[in-house]
Design a protein around this ligand. Structure first.
Ligand SMILES: O=C(COP(=O)(O)O)[C@H](O)[C@H](O)COP(=O)(O)O
Ligand SMILES: [Mg+2]
Length: 425
């Protein structure tokens, strides 16, 4: 079967895929990838009919040799799939085709999906975020400044009461959002149900004392039925939020959970994404995953900090931000390989987290702008004077940015910030 068609002009309704491939013969490899990801297999089959081929065949419309690694050629290819190939509103099913077997083909010595372009008909079939940036800001009544979040630390180990107390300290110190860590679920010493009620009691107390809106993001990650049970508990306890580890929970769980329409703001932690996104040889870029999660309908997504502890350079993190925040995104042919229009689908609030402390705040805002949720775990609970002081220092750093003041100047007004700056050089 021949799927190479370099004269093909993609249709508005096609789903487009761009990838970097590596092999002996780029044309042959591209052809096999197009087939294996849609209607083909390793040999001609007698059951193939001309109408199937005509209606469903993908078109490889671009093959660019961009280098070699000394042994194999490296190429950038683009494939257009007709929408008729897919059950559109079934993300796991769609991905089993366009991001499925192809990674395991012997002939592919490298294969990394860089970007998908979703057409309008496809986007229309997905919920998208219920709240997005505007909805989250309205809920928390914070108009312009970056939101401040924390992750209760140690990651796991605190007993329920201790967890709730740490959350309270963070909130009264100036944090808006307190979240569970990705690996805190319902351990023996800190059961989900008790934790949610007790922590939310503390939220109410902190709201009363500070006069500010505060929110808790309990991690409901679990096998799906249990996830739903935990969401019901969070609902009963009047949480505005739930948090899901979206990669480990799987596309099916995330899509289904959003379609349950609980009305939660959904915070997406991306633990394990790097198993797919980090290698330059095989995998799927974080940008591509982020676009998928926007479609599935998470409201907040971790995208990186550039300056913190996790990998992710500035241009990439900004490109991911573009894809989850804006309605029309231009290609840059470095991280964004397609023009993507989102046709009014809500935005996702970018979350910058991982190794953050007050000194890094101005740079994060310079890179990502004010529409960002800045989270610090160690950078708050590691403050020499404890959680409340750590929260004050982070909040003061955000205020300094909003006031256009250097951190050092603000530190003269806020002793907690001064100490944080001395502690984290
Ligand atoms: O617990 C933390 C950060 O804690 P700390 O503030 O102590 O480093 C998060 O799990 C990371 O942000 C994940 O990384 P990413 O956000 O890149 O997915
Ligand atoms: Mg964590």
């Amino acid at each position: 079967m021949d799927y190479i068609n370099l004269n093909y002009t993609p249709k508005e309704s096609d789903l487009l895929s761009c990838m970097i491939i590596k092999g002996d013969d780029l044309k042959k490899l591209a052809n096999e990838i197009a087939g294996e990801s849609s209607i083909g297999t390793w040999t001609k089959v007698q059951t193939m009919k001309s109408d199937i081929y005509e209606k469903l065949k993908p078109n490889v419309y671009e093959i660019k040799e961009i280098g070699n690694d000394g042994k194999y050629k490296i190429g950038l290819i683009k494939i257009a799939y007709p929408l008729y190939d897919f059950e559109i509103n079934n993300m796991p099913g769609v991905l089993a085709g366009i991001a499925g077997n192809i990674f395991g083909m012997k002939i592919a010595k490298g294969l990394r999906i860089l970007d998908f372009r979703f057409p309008k008909e496809f986007i229309d079939e997905y919920e998208g975020p219920e709240y997005g940036i505007e909805g989250v800001r309205n809920t928390l009544k914070i108009k312009e400044r970056p939101l401040l979040g924390t992750i209760v630390k140690p990651k796991v180990g605190l007993k329920t009461e201790e967890h709730a107390k740490v959350a309270y300290e963070a909130w009264v110190g100036g944090v808006d959002l307190v979240k569970d860590d990705e690996n805190l679920t319902s351990q023996d010493f800190n059961k989900f149900e008790d934790r949610v009620y007790k922590t939310l009691e503390m939220r109410d107390k902190a709201e009363e004392e500070t006069g500010e809106r505060k929110a808790y993001m309990p991690n409901i990650t679990a096998p799906y039925n249990e996830m739903i049970r935990r969401a019901e508990i969070a609902e009963d306890a009047e949480s505005e939020y739930v948090m899901i580890d979206v990669v480990v929970s799987g596309f099916s769980a995330v899509q289904s959970f959003r379609e349950e329409n609980f009305g939660f703001i959904i915070h997406a932690h991306r633990a394990m994404h790097a198993a797919m996104t980090r290698s330059k040889d095989f995998g799927i870029t974080m940008l591509t995953l982020a676009k998928i999660y926007r479609l599935l309908g998470v409201d907040q997504l971790h995208i990186g900090t550039v300056v913190g502890k996790m990998e992710g350079e500035e241009r990439e993190v900004k490109a991911i931000r573009d894809e989850i925040v804006y309605d029309k995104v231009e290609a840059d042919n470095e991280h964004k390989f397609f023009e993507q229009e989102w046709f009014g689908l809500n935005s996702v609030f970018p979350v910058s987290s991982g190794g953050v402390h007050p000194r890094l705040v101005p740079k994060i805002v310079e890179i990502l702008g004010r529409d960002v949720i800045i989270q610090a775990g160690g950078g708050i609970h590691g403050h020499p004077d404890g959680t409340r002081a750590g929260a004050k220092a982070m909040r003061a750093a955000i205020e300094a940015v909003m006031e256009g003041k250097p951190l050092e100047e603000k530190a003269e007004e806020v002793i907690e910030l001064k100490k944080a700056l001395e502690y984290w050089k």
